[in-house]
Design a binder for this molecule. Structure first.
Ligand code: UDP
Length: 240
């Protein structure tokens, strides 16, 4: 396992299998661990949000999700696997079921999280969901208290970024243990509400392109981010 510094943040350069193996070890430890699956937008966010920057510095695992981060690392001469957050989270659910480790799912709209929970239980044998909560709650303290009582070993949180990472940070002081992962739009996909990009897009690492064509309003969000990110990394390499 090794880490590479990208725009000031340490990124883990695991293979997919290496990442899940490490995550399972952390899941079994008697402390809370945080996994961030990072994309170029999140580097932008860290520039202006010091709390989020601190979270990136203090997370046990920061793994490259977007193809942008893979390109960024390539510019620095590092070849890494891109680990799609949704695939990583799914594998962690399967491993948790196999190891009899209880899980919690938090986030998305009420009907979405319910459907996602039902589908996951049907699809993953022995999956033990001890807590499920939609992502539109006002009272963090209540949810954290309920989580602490449910004592899950794996907690998947989908509130969008950086909200999900900040919620996980709060949970660190309250839960006894557990691996906590921010999973963005994963429940929308698992519920069947949002379609994932066809496999060819996944293989090429251009799911973002498919999503942008399907939801053109994402274009504004993604378009300036990726070229500017590549520019920042190139500058860092040239002027280091
Ligand atoms: N979401 C939520 N609570 C919020 C905001 C968002 O539960 O206050 C959910 C939303 O329903 C979706 C997920 O977070 O399931 C990811 O949201 P979005 O697509 O905006 O985030 P991204 O993954 O693009 O960062």
């Amino acid at each position: 396992m090794s880490r590479v510094k990208l725009l000031g943040y340490e990124i883990d350069t695991f293979t997919f299998d290496g990442a899940v193996e490490r995550a399972l070890e952390l899941e079994k430890e008697d402390k809370v661990s945080q996994v961030v699956t990072i994309n170029p937008e999140m580097f932008d966010c860290a520039k202006t949000d010091s709390e989020f920057a601190e979270i990136l510095n203090n997370s046990e695992m920061v793994i490259p999700d977007g193809v942008g981060v893979k390109i960024g690392l390539k510019i620095l001469g590092e070849s890494v696997d891109r680990i799609a957050g949704i695939d990583f989270a799914r594998r962690m659910l399967e491993l948790s079921a196999q190891n009899n480790l209880p899980v919690a799912i938090i986030g998305a709209k009420p009907e979405v999280i319910n459907l996602a929970g039902e589908n996951l239980k049907k699809e993953i044998e022995n999956l033990n969901i001890v807590y499920s909560q939609d992502g539109y709650f006002q009272d963090d303290e209540r949810v954290l208290q309920e989580l602490a009582e449910a004592k899950p070993r794996l907690v998947l949180v989908a509130l969008g970024s950086p909200k999900q990472e900040k919620f996980i940070k709060k949970a660190r002081n309250i839960l006894p243990y557990g691996l906590m992962v921010g999973v963005g739009g994963s429940f929308d996909v698992w519920s069947g509400t949002v379609e994932r990009a066809p496999e060819i897009y996944q293989k090429l690492g251009i799911e973002w392109l498919y999503r942008t064509v399907k939801q053109p309003e994402r274009f504004k969000r993604i378009f300036p981010t990726l070229p500017l990110f590549v520019l920042r990394v190139t500058k860092e390499k040239l002027f280091k």
